[in-house]
Design a protein around this ligand. Structure first.
Ligand code: NAD
Length: 396
Protein backbone atom coordinates (compact mmCIF):
# COMPACT_ATOMS: atom_id res chain seq x y z
CA UNK A 1 0.00 0.00 0.00
CA UNK A 2 1.61 3.29 -1.03
CA UNK A 3 -1.31 5.56 -0.36
CA UNK A 4 -1.54 8.08 2.48
CA UNK A 5 -4.64 7.43 4.61
CA UNK A 6 -6.15 8.44 7.96
CA UNK A 7 -6.74 6.11 10.91
CA UNK A 8 -9.88 6.06 13.03
CA UNK A 9 -8.41 8.64 15.42
CA UNK A 10 -7.84 11.04 12.57
CA UNK A 11 -4.05 10.58 12.41
CA UNK A 12 -2.35 10.62 9.02
CA UNK A 13 -0.80 7.24 8.09
CA UNK A 14 2.13 7.75 5.75
CA UNK A 15 3.80 4.71 4.17
CA UNK A 16 7.56 4.78 3.53
CA UNK A 17 7.04 5.00 -0.24
CA UNK A 18 3.92 7.16 -0.67
CA UNK A 19 2.55 7.98 -4.10
CA UNK A 20 2.27 11.76 -4.42
CA UNK A 21 0.28 13.09 -7.39
CA UNK A 22 1.67 16.29 -8.85
CA UNK A 23 0.64 18.86 -11.44
CA UNK A 24 3.65 20.25 -13.30
CA UNK A 25 1.83 23.51 -13.95
CA UNK A 26 1.81 25.95 -16.86
CA UNK A 27 4.37 28.61 -17.76
CA UNK A 28 7.34 28.49 -15.38
CA UNK A 29 5.78 25.40 -13.77
CA UNK A 30 7.70 23.31 -16.32
CA UNK A 31 10.96 24.76 -14.97
CA UNK A 32 10.33 24.91 -11.22
CA UNK A 33 8.54 21.56 -10.75
CA UNK A 34 11.50 19.39 -11.88
CA UNK A 35 13.75 21.53 -9.65
CA UNK A 36 11.48 20.94 -6.62
CA UNK A 37 11.28 17.17 -7.25
CA UNK A 38 15.04 16.79 -7.62
CA UNK A 39 15.67 18.69 -4.38
CA UNK A 40 13.03 16.74 -2.42
CA UNK A 41 14.32 13.39 -3.72
CA UNK A 42 17.91 14.30 -2.82
CA UNK A 43 16.99 15.38 0.72
CA UNK A 44 14.81 12.32 1.37
CA UNK A 45 17.59 10.01 0.12
CA UNK A 46 20.20 11.84 2.19
CA UNK A 47 18.16 11.61 5.41
CA UNK A 48 16.41 8.24 5.14
CA UNK A 49 18.56 6.30 2.62
CA UNK A 50 16.65 3.73 0.54
CA UNK A 51 14.03 3.21 3.30
CA UNK A 52 11.92 6.17 2.20
CA UNK A 53 11.14 7.51 -1.25
CA UNK A 54 8.38 9.56 -2.83
CA UNK A 55 6.72 7.88 -5.81
CA UNK A 56 5.79 10.88 -7.93
CA UNK A 57 2.71 10.46 -10.14
CA UNK A 58 2.00 13.14 -12.72
CA UNK A 59 -1.62 14.18 -13.13
CA UNK A 60 -2.85 16.58 -15.76
CA UNK A 61 -4.31 20.07 -15.37
CA UNK A 62 -4.11 23.35 -17.27
CA UNK A 63 -2.71 23.72 -20.77
CA UNK A 64 -1.10 20.26 -20.78
CA UNK A 65 -4.41 18.66 -19.90
CA UNK A 66 -6.31 20.71 -22.48
CA UNK A 67 -3.88 19.73 -25.25
CA UNK A 68 -3.94 16.03 -24.36
CA UNK A 69 -7.56 15.48 -23.29
CA UNK A 70 -9.60 18.52 -24.35
CA UNK A 71 -10.37 19.23 -20.69
CA UNK A 72 -8.61 21.82 -18.50
CA UNK A 73 -9.10 19.72 -15.40
CA UNK A 74 -9.88 16.05 -16.19
CA UNK A 75 -11.98 14.11 -13.66
CA UNK A 76 -9.13 11.63 -13.35
CA UNK A 77 -6.94 14.35 -11.81
CA UNK A 78 -9.54 15.15 -9.17
CA UNK A 79 -9.99 11.42 -8.48
CA UNK A 80 -6.23 10.93 -7.99
CA UNK A 81 -6.00 13.80 -5.48
CA UNK A 82 -9.07 12.39 -3.73
CA UNK A 83 -7.55 8.89 -3.60
CA UNK A 84 -3.93 9.68 -2.70
CA UNK A 85 -4.94 12.44 -0.24
CA UNK A 86 -1.77 14.56 -0.43
CA UNK A 87 -0.45 16.22 -3.60
CA UNK A 88 1.44 19.22 -4.94
CA UNK A 89 0.99 21.57 -7.88
CA UNK A 90 2.76 24.21 -9.92
CA UNK A 91 0.95 27.38 -11.08
CA UNK A 92 -1.91 27.09 -13.55
CA UNK A 93 -3.12 29.46 -16.23
CA UNK A 94 -6.66 30.63 -15.68
CA UNK A 95 -8.44 29.74 -18.96
CA UNK A 96 -10.23 32.76 -20.41
CA UNK A 97 -13.78 32.34 -21.67
CA UNK A 98 -13.98 28.61 -20.94
CA UNK A 99 -16.65 28.86 -18.25
CA UNK A 100 -14.11 28.00 -15.50
CA UNK A 101 -13.33 30.85 -13.11
CA UNK A 102 -10.08 29.27 -11.94
CA UNK A 103 -8.71 25.72 -11.91
CA UNK A 104 -7.38 26.38 -8.42
CA UNK A 105 -10.86 27.28 -7.22
CA UNK A 106 -12.31 24.08 -8.73
CA UNK A 107 -9.64 21.97 -7.01
CA UNK A 108 -10.26 23.68 -3.66
CA UNK A 109 -14.04 23.41 -3.94
CA UNK A 110 -14.12 19.79 -5.13
CA UNK A 111 -11.94 18.56 -2.27
CA UNK A 112 -13.45 21.13 0.14
CA UNK A 113 -9.95 22.35 1.06
CA UNK A 114 -11.21 24.94 3.50
CA UNK A 115 -7.89 26.24 4.84
CA UNK A 116 -5.46 28.20 2.70
CA UNK A 117 -2.32 27.91 4.82
CA UNK A 118 0.49 30.43 4.34
CA UNK A 119 3.46 30.33 6.73
CA UNK A 120 5.46 33.54 6.46
CA UNK A 121 8.88 33.92 7.90
CA UNK A 122 12.14 35.48 6.89
CA UNK A 123 15.15 33.44 5.75
CA UNK A 124 18.64 34.63 6.61
CA UNK A 125 20.34 36.29 3.64
CA UNK A 126 17.14 37.50 1.92
CA UNK A 127 16.94 41.26 1.35
CA UNK A 128 13.58 42.76 2.29
CA UNK A 129 11.96 46.22 2.39
CA UNK A 130 11.57 46.20 6.19
CA UNK A 131 14.12 46.95 8.89
CA UNK A 132 13.71 43.92 11.14
CA UNK A 133 12.37 41.05 9.02
CA UNK A 134 13.45 38.48 11.63
CA UNK A 135 10.47 39.65 13.72
CA UNK A 136 8.04 38.37 11.08
CA UNK A 137 6.98 34.82 11.87
CA UNK A 138 3.30 34.29 11.18
CA UNK A 139 1.11 31.52 9.83
CA UNK A 140 -2.02 32.67 8.03
CA UNK A 141 -5.13 30.47 8.07
CA UNK A 142 -7.21 32.01 5.30
CA UNK A 143 -10.75 30.69 4.91
CA UNK A 144 -10.94 29.19 1.44
CA UNK A 145 -14.57 28.44 0.61
CA UNK A 146 -16.78 31.37 1.67
CA UNK A 147 -16.94 35.17 1.67
CA UNK A 148 -17.28 37.44 -1.35
CA UNK A 149 -14.99 34.91 -3.10
CA UNK A 150 -17.77 32.31 -3.22
CA UNK A 151 -18.40 33.58 -6.77
CA UNK A 152 -22.03 34.70 -6.22
CA UNK A 153 -22.15 37.90 -8.24
CA UNK A 154 -24.01 39.49 -11.14
CA UNK A 155 -22.87 42.02 -13.69
CA UNK A 156 -24.42 45.48 -13.84
CA UNK A 157 -27.28 45.61 -16.35
CA UNK A 158 -27.77 41.81 -16.49
CA UNK A 159 -31.32 40.47 -15.93
CA UNK A 160 -30.02 38.77 -12.75
CA UNK A 161 -28.60 42.01 -11.35
CA UNK A 162 -31.89 43.80 -12.11
CA UNK A 163 -33.91 41.01 -10.49
CA UNK A 164 -31.66 40.97 -7.41
CA UNK A 165 -31.82 44.75 -7.09
CA UNK A 166 -35.63 44.69 -7.35
CA UNK A 167 -35.76 41.96 -4.67
CA UNK A 168 -33.56 44.02 -2.35
CA UNK A 169 -35.55 47.20 -2.85
CA UNK A 170 -39.08 45.82 -2.93
CA UNK A 171 -38.92 42.84 -0.58
CA UNK A 172 -36.02 43.59 1.76
CA UNK A 173 -36.63 47.31 2.22
CA UNK A 174 -33.15 48.29 1.05
CA UNK A 175 -33.09 52.03 0.27
CA UNK A 176 -29.41 52.90 0.05
CA UNK A 177 -28.26 51.49 -3.28
CA UNK A 178 -26.84 54.73 -4.64
CA UNK A 179 -26.88 53.89 -8.39
CA UNK A 180 -29.23 50.89 -8.81
CA UNK A 181 -29.30 50.86 -12.62
CA UNK A 182 -25.53 50.58 -12.98
CA UNK A 183 -24.61 48.49 -9.94
CA UNK A 184 -23.12 45.01 -10.05
CA UNK A 185 -23.93 42.85 -7.03
CA UNK A 186 -21.98 40.30 -5.01
CA UNK A 187 -23.04 38.17 -2.04
CA UNK A 188 -20.83 37.51 0.96
CA UNK A 189 -21.77 34.30 2.78
CA UNK A 190 -19.90 33.68 6.05
CA UNK A 191 -21.22 30.84 8.20
CA UNK A 192 -20.79 29.60 11.74
CA UNK A 193 -19.63 26.15 10.47
CA UNK A 194 -17.18 27.68 7.99
CA UNK A 195 -15.73 29.93 10.69
CA UNK A 196 -15.58 27.20 13.31
CA UNK A 197 -13.65 24.69 11.22
CA UNK A 198 -11.11 27.35 10.22
CA UNK A 199 -10.59 28.69 13.75
CA UNK A 200 -10.44 25.13 15.14
CA UNK A 201 -7.63 24.30 12.68
CA UNK A 202 -5.77 27.53 13.57
CA UNK A 203 -6.00 26.94 17.35
CA UNK A 204 -4.96 23.29 17.00
CA UNK A 205 -2.01 24.32 14.83
CA UNK A 206 -0.91 26.90 17.42
CA UNK A 207 -1.06 24.32 20.20
CA UNK A 208 0.66 21.56 18.20
CA UNK A 209 3.49 23.92 17.25
CA UNK A 210 3.77 25.63 20.67
CA UNK A 211 2.85 29.01 19.20
CA UNK A 212 1.65 31.73 21.59
CA UNK A 213 -1.47 33.23 20.00
CA UNK A 214 -4.23 33.12 17.42
CA UNK A 215 -5.50 36.48 16.12
CA UNK A 216 -8.91 36.69 14.43
CA UNK A 217 -8.56 39.38 11.74
CA UNK A 218 -11.88 40.82 10.55
CA UNK A 219 -13.85 43.93 9.55
CA UNK A 220 -16.65 43.25 12.02
CA UNK A 221 -16.86 46.96 12.90
CA UNK A 222 -18.42 47.58 9.46
CA UNK A 223 -19.81 44.21 8.34
CA UNK A 224 -21.50 43.29 11.61
CA UNK A 225 -23.10 39.97 10.72
CA UNK A 226 -20.57 38.48 8.29
CA UNK A 227 -17.14 39.57 9.57
CA UNK A 228 -18.61 40.33 13.00
CA UNK A 229 -20.08 36.82 13.00
CA UNK A 230 -16.63 35.44 12.15
CA UNK A 231 -15.21 37.20 15.22
CA UNK A 232 -17.99 36.08 17.57
CA UNK A 233 -18.17 32.47 16.36
CA UNK A 234 -14.36 32.29 16.42
CA UNK A 235 -14.15 33.40 20.07
CA UNK A 236 -17.01 31.07 21.06
CA UNK A 237 -15.34 28.08 19.38
CA UNK A 238 -11.97 28.87 20.96
CA UNK A 239 -13.53 29.16 24.43
CA UNK A 240 -15.59 25.97 23.98
CA UNK A 241 -12.92 23.70 22.49
CA UNK A 242 -9.64 25.23 23.69
CA UNK A 243 -10.79 26.72 27.01
CA UNK A 244 -8.25 24.79 29.04
CA UNK A 245 -5.28 25.94 26.91
CA UNK A 246 -6.56 29.52 27.14
CA UNK A 247 -7.09 29.32 30.91
CA UNK A 248 -3.59 27.90 31.43
CA UNK A 249 -2.14 30.67 29.21
CA UNK A 250 -0.73 28.18 26.70
CA UNK A 251 -2.82 29.95 24.07
CA UNK A 252 -4.01 33.54 23.72
CA UNK A 253 -6.92 34.18 21.37
CA UNK A 254 -7.36 37.82 20.38
CA UNK A 255 -8.76 39.82 17.48
CA UNK A 256 -7.81 42.80 15.36
CA UNK A 257 -9.64 44.85 12.74
CA UNK A 258 -8.11 44.17 9.32
CA UNK A 259 -6.92 47.71 8.49
CA UNK A 260 -5.29 48.15 11.91
CA UNK A 261 -3.80 44.69 11.53
CA UNK A 262 -2.11 45.60 8.23
CA UNK A 263 -0.58 48.65 9.88
CA UNK A 264 0.51 46.60 12.92
CA UNK A 265 2.21 43.96 10.74
CA UNK A 266 4.70 46.69 9.82
CA UNK A 267 4.92 48.39 13.23
CA UNK A 268 4.93 45.40 15.60
CA UNK A 269 5.00 42.11 13.66
CA UNK A 270 6.31 40.30 16.74
CA UNK A 271 2.86 40.66 18.34
CA UNK A 272 1.34 38.16 15.92
CA UNK A 273 1.78 34.44 15.42
CA UNK A 274 -1.15 32.44 13.97
CA UNK A 275 -3.74 34.45 12.03
CA UNK A 276 -7.28 33.24 11.26
CA UNK A 277 -9.19 35.36 8.77
CA UNK A 278 -11.96 35.29 6.14
CA UNK A 279 -11.13 34.77 2.49
CA UNK A 280 -10.74 38.33 1.12
CA UNK A 281 -8.77 39.70 4.10
CA UNK A 282 -6.59 36.60 3.87
CA UNK A 283 -5.77 37.26 0.24
CA UNK A 284 -4.46 40.78 0.96
CA UNK A 285 -2.72 39.81 4.20
CA UNK A 286 -0.86 36.83 2.69
CA UNK A 287 0.67 38.87 -0.11
CA UNK A 288 1.61 41.82 2.07
CA UNK A 289 3.32 39.55 4.59
CA UNK A 290 5.06 37.68 1.75
CA UNK A 291 6.39 40.98 0.40
CA UNK A 292 7.73 41.85 3.86
CA UNK A 293 9.99 38.78 3.84
CA UNK A 294 11.09 38.65 0.21
CA UNK A 295 8.13 38.48 -2.17
CA UNK A 296 5.84 35.87 -3.69
CA UNK A 297 8.74 34.14 -5.47
CA UNK A 298 9.62 32.62 -2.10
CA UNK A 299 6.23 32.32 -0.33
CA UNK A 300 4.87 28.77 0.05
CA UNK A 301 1.27 27.69 0.49
CA UNK A 302 -1.15 24.82 0.89
CA UNK A 303 -4.87 24.14 0.72
CA UNK A 304 -5.97 21.70 3.38
CA UNK A 305 -9.05 19.98 4.76
CA UNK A 306 -7.92 19.05 8.28
CA UNK A 307 -11.02 16.90 8.81
CA UNK A 308 -10.49 14.54 5.85
CA UNK A 309 -6.70 15.01 5.61
CA UNK A 310 -6.80 16.08 1.95
CA UNK A 311 -4.10 18.61 1.12
CA UNK A 312 -2.66 20.20 -2.02
CA UNK A 313 0.58 22.12 -1.60
CA UNK A 314 1.24 24.82 -4.19
CA UNK A 315 3.46 27.59 -5.47
CA UNK A 316 1.68 30.79 -4.49
CA UNK A 317 2.72 32.78 -7.54
CA UNK A 318 1.27 32.47 -11.04
CA UNK A 319 2.71 31.20 -14.31
CA UNK A 320 5.01 34.27 -14.73
CA UNK A 321 4.53 34.46 -18.54
CA UNK A 322 7.41 36.92 -19.04
CA UNK A 323 9.94 34.46 -17.59
CA UNK A 324 8.87 31.29 -19.40
CA UNK A 325 11.63 29.35 -21.16
CA UNK A 326 14.40 31.64 -19.87
CA UNK A 327 15.66 29.38 -17.05
CA UNK A 328 15.41 32.27 -14.57
CA UNK A 329 12.28 31.49 -12.50
CA UNK A 330 12.69 31.18 -8.76
CA UNK A 331 11.74 27.64 -7.64
CA UNK A 332 11.70 28.55 -3.89
CA UNK A 333 7.94 28.99 -3.49
CA UNK A 334 7.32 25.46 -4.78
CA UNK A 335 10.33 24.03 -2.90
CA UNK A 336 9.12 25.55 0.39
CA UNK A 337 5.61 24.25 -0.36
CA UNK A 338 7.17 20.80 -0.69
CA UNK A 339 8.85 21.44 2.68
CA UNK A 340 5.38 22.08 4.14
CA UNK A 341 4.22 18.83 2.53
CA UNK A 342 7.09 16.87 4.10
CA UNK A 343 6.22 18.41 7.50
CA UNK A 344 2.55 17.51 7.00
CA UNK A 345 3.68 13.92 6.31
CA UNK A 346 5.86 13.92 9.43
CA UNK A 347 9.13 13.80 7.44
CA UNK A 348 10.51 16.77 9.37
CA UNK A 349 14.21 15.86 9.09
CA UNK A 350 14.12 16.05 5.27
CA UNK A 351 12.10 19.28 5.47
CA UNK A 352 14.66 20.91 7.79
CA UNK A 353 17.56 19.81 5.61
CA UNK A 354 16.01 21.52 2.59
CA UNK A 355 15.35 24.75 4.51
CA UNK A 356 18.88 24.80 5.89
CA UNK A 357 20.36 24.20 2.42
CA UNK A 358 18.28 26.99 0.88
CA UNK A 359 19.40 29.34 3.65
CA UNK A 360 23.03 28.41 3.09
CA UNK A 361 22.61 29.44 -0.57
CA UNK A 362 21.11 32.80 0.50
CA UNK A 363 23.88 33.33 3.07
CA UNK A 364 26.35 32.76 0.20
CA UNK A 365 24.40 35.44 -1.78
CA UNK A 366 23.30 32.87 -4.35
CA UNK A 367 19.73 33.13 -5.59
CA UNK A 368 17.68 33.54 -8.75
CA UNK A 369 17.65 37.09 -10.18
CA UNK A 370 14.43 38.20 -8.45
CA UNK A 371 16.14 37.83 -5.04
CA UNK A 372 19.81 38.25 -6.00
CA UNK A 373 19.25 41.77 -7.40
CA UNK A 374 18.39 43.04 -3.90
CA UNK A 375 21.29 41.30 -2.14
CA UNK A 376 24.39 43.49 -1.58
CA UNK A 377 26.73 40.90 -3.18
CA UNK A 378 24.02 38.91 -4.95
CA UNK A 379 25.01 36.38 -7.61
CA UNK A 380 22.14 35.73 -10.04
CA UNK A 381 21.81 32.03 -10.67
CA UNK A 382 19.63 30.39 -13.30
CA UNK A 383 16.89 28.00 -12.13
CA UNK A 384 19.09 25.02 -13.01
CA UNK A 385 22.22 26.49 -11.40
CA UNK A 386 20.34 27.39 -8.22
CA UNK A 387 18.90 23.86 -8.05
CA UNK A 388 22.48 22.48 -8.26
CA UNK A 389 23.60 24.94 -5.55
CA UNK A 390 20.90 23.64 -3.19
CA UNK A 391 21.62 19.98 -4.00
CA UNK A 392 25.34 20.53 -3.42
CA UNK A 393 24.56 21.90 0.06
CA UNK A 394 22.13 19.08 0.86
CA UNK A 395 24.85 16.55 0.04
CA UNK A 396 27.70 18.35 1.80
P1 NAD B 1 2.41 35.94 -11.55
O1 NAD B 1 2.54 35.46 -10.14
O2 NAD B 1 2.58 34.92 -12.62
O3 NAD B 1 3.47 37.13 -11.78
C1 NAD B 1 3.51 38.28 -10.94
C2 NAD B 1 4.95 38.82 -10.90
O4 NAD B 1 5.79 37.96 -10.13
C3 NAD B 1 5.60 38.91 -12.29
O5 NAD B 1 6.47 40.01 -12.28
C4 NAD B 1 6.41 37.62 -12.36
O6 NAD B 1 7.51 37.71 -13.26
C5 NAD B 1 6.87 37.45 -10.91
N1 NAD B 1 7.03 36.04 -10.58
C6 NAD B 1 6.06 35.12 -10.41
N2 NAD B 1 6.59 33.92 -10.16
C7 NAD B 1 7.92 34.08 -10.14
C8 NAD B 1 9.02 33.18 -9.94
N3 NAD B 1 8.83 31.87 -9.69
N4 NAD B 1 10.27 33.67 -10.01
C9 NAD B 1 10.49 34.98 -10.25
N5 NAD B 1 9.50 35.88 -10.45
C10 NAD B 1 8.22 35.43 -10.40
O7 NAD B 1 0.96 36.64 -11.65
P2 NAD B 1 0.14 37.15 -12.94
O8 NAD B 1 1.10 37.70 -13.96
O9 NAD B 1 -0.92 38.00 -12.38
O10 NAD B 1 -0.57 35.85 -13.52
C11 NAD B 1 -0.10 35.08 -14.64
C12 NAD B 1 -0.99 33.83 -14.78
O11 NAD B 1 -0.88 33.02 -13.62
C13 NAD B 1 -2.50 34.13 -14.96
O12 NAD B 1 -3.03 33.19 -15.88
C14 NAD B 1 -3.06 33.86 -13.57
O13 NAD B 1 -4.41 33.48 -13.62
C15 NAD B 1 -2.19 32.70 -13.13
N6 NAD B 1 -2.09 32.57 -11.65
C16 NAD B 1 -2.06 31.31 -11.16
C17 NAD B 1 -1.91 31.10 -9.79
C18 NAD B 1 -1.89 29.69 -9.28
O14 NAD B 1 -1.92 28.76 -10.05
N7 NAD B 1 -1.84 29.49 -7.97
C19 NAD B 1 -1.73 32.18 -8.93
C20 NAD B 1 -1.71 33.49 -9.47
C21 NAD B 1 -1.87 33.66 -10.86
Amino acid sequence: MNRITKDLNGNLLVPDQPTIPYITGDGVGKEITPSMMEIVDTAVRKVYGPKRQIKWKEVLAGENAFKQTGSWLPNETLEKFQYYMVGIKGPLTTPIGEGIRSLNVVLRQTLDLYVCLRPIRWHLGIATPIVAPEKVNMTVFRENTEDIYAGIEWEAGSPEAKKFCKFLQEEMGVKNIRFPETSSFGVKPISREGTERLVRAACQYAIDNHLPSVTLVHKGNIMKYTEGGFRRWGYELAEREFGEAIASKRLVVKDCIADAFLQNTLLCPEDYSVIATPNLNGDYISDQLAAMVGGIGIAPGANINYATGHAIFEATHGTAPALVGKNVANPCSLILSAVMMLQYMGWDEAASLIVRSLERCFEDSRATFDLARFMPRGVSRSTIEFTSDVIERINS
